[in-house]
Each structure stands twice: as C-alpha cells, then as structure tokens.
Ligand binder design. Structure first.
Ligand SMILES: [Cu+2]
Length: 223
C-alpha cells in the first residue's frame, strides 16, 4: 500500500475534528462523530490497499527468504541465473534423470500443463535441476530434459554448487543404495516464480496439470 495515499486520505477527518471542537455545545458529540468518521475512512483505506490475494492451488510462498535464486549451467553449457528468464513465469523442478517414477511423471504433468496454456506457454520457462550431477552430465540432460518439451532447460552444478542449491531451496536429497544404480529420496515439488522473478508458489507434484496450468495463468495475468 502507498503510505502517502493513506496519509492524504487519513488527514481530513482530523481537521474536521478540530473544527468541530471549536463550535462549543456539541463538542463531545462532534469529536465522537469525527473519530467514527476517521475509523471508517481508515478502514476503507486499509481495505482498498490490501490487494485481494490471488487464489492459487499451490502453496503461496510469496515473500519467502529461501528459493531466491541459483547459479547453474544449462544443458548447452551456459551459466544461468533466474535473471536470465525475467519476463517469464519460471517453474523449477529438482530431480534426477535416473528417477524411476516421480521425476518423469512430474515432467510429463508440467508438459501437459503447458499445453493447456496454448500460446501463453511461451511465457513460461520450465527448468529441471539435477540433484545427481555425478550421473546427470550436461550431455545426458541435453537429451533427457527437452524430450518432455523442446523448450525445457536442464540445469546442473558441481557437487558443492548442487549442495548449496539444495540448501537454498530447502530440499531433501538422500542417496539410497550402493553402487552405480543408487536412487535418490528427494523432495518432489515445483517452485514457481512470477515474471518479475519473485518466488511465489510451491506446488506439490501430485496436483495434476489442470491446477498447475490455472496457477500459471493467474501469475501470467499479474496475480
Ligand atoms: Cu525423482
């Protein structure tokens, strides 16, 4: 809310109260009325200033002090941060290409959600960040990620960068099993940013493409 606007709207009743006080007889009554008027005006101002929060299917995390940004390498070898995708809603999913179930299912759902957006899908960037940089090479990501949609981008970092990213995004990623065929127990969910680059939503992967598409539409419409 604009504090200056609130100040302007709030001040006239105070002046009215002083003016009423100078009239003597109905002194207390006038002052009481002025106070009521002031309260009414303030209430109106507050109501008008508080933007109606947009209704989302996903968890609204607007203003979160985590999941703010990343610095990773995309599947073509370019360094990427969130700023590279400014102007688009950005959807970030963390997983690994060897994942037998959740990751491919989620990427399929995201792809389906984008199809529901039609031309507006061009205003959404989907990023797949690997939690398994040892096996998910740049080459592997470049084949796996665009397989779901040619516009999707795969991102990776070295072990230290991956761990820093996991921390910033408050994820869990636990290696399960020995040998080359290990799996990862990992947080399954999507972080969603608005076109201004602010983190806005955390979406459970099981929500389905319709709900995700509706939330992306709300964000693209300025919600
Ligand atoms: Cu997975």
């Amino acid at each position: 809310m604009n504090p200056y606007a609130a100040g302007r709207v709030g001040s006239p009743p105070a002046d009215a109260s002083r003016a009423a006080g100078e009239q003597g007889g109905s002194h207390t009554l006038a002052r009481g009325f002025a106070a009521l008027l002031l309260a009414a005006v303030l209430l109106t101002v507050l109501t008008a200033c508080a933007p109606q929060p947009a209704a989302f299917n996903a968890t609204n995390i607007t203003g979160a002090t985590f999941a703010r940004d990343f610095r990773l390498t995309d599947h073509t070898g370019q360094t990427r941060t969130l700023a590279d995708y400014r102007g688009k809603a950005v959807l970030v999913f963390f997983g690994y290409t060897f994942c037998p179930d959740v990751c491919p299912t989620t990427m399929g759902e995201v792809s389906a959600a984008l199809k529901r957006l039609g031309d507006d899908a061009g205003r959404v960037q989907v990023l797949f960040v690997t939690l398994d940089p040892e096996r998910d090479t740049q080459d592997l990501l470049s084949r796996y990620v665009p397989g779901f949609d040619p516009r999707f981008v795969g991102l990776r970092g070295d072990r230290a960068t991956t761990e820093a990213t996991v921390k910033e995004y408050r994820l869990v990623a636990q290696r399960v099993g020995e040998g080359p065929n290990y799996t990862l127990d990992h947080t399954a969910g999507l972080y969603v940013y608005d076109p201004a680059g602010r983190v806005r939503l955390f979406a459970a992967t099981a929500a389905g493409p319709d709900k995700l598409a509706a939330d992306l539409r709300t964000l693209l419409d300025g919600g």
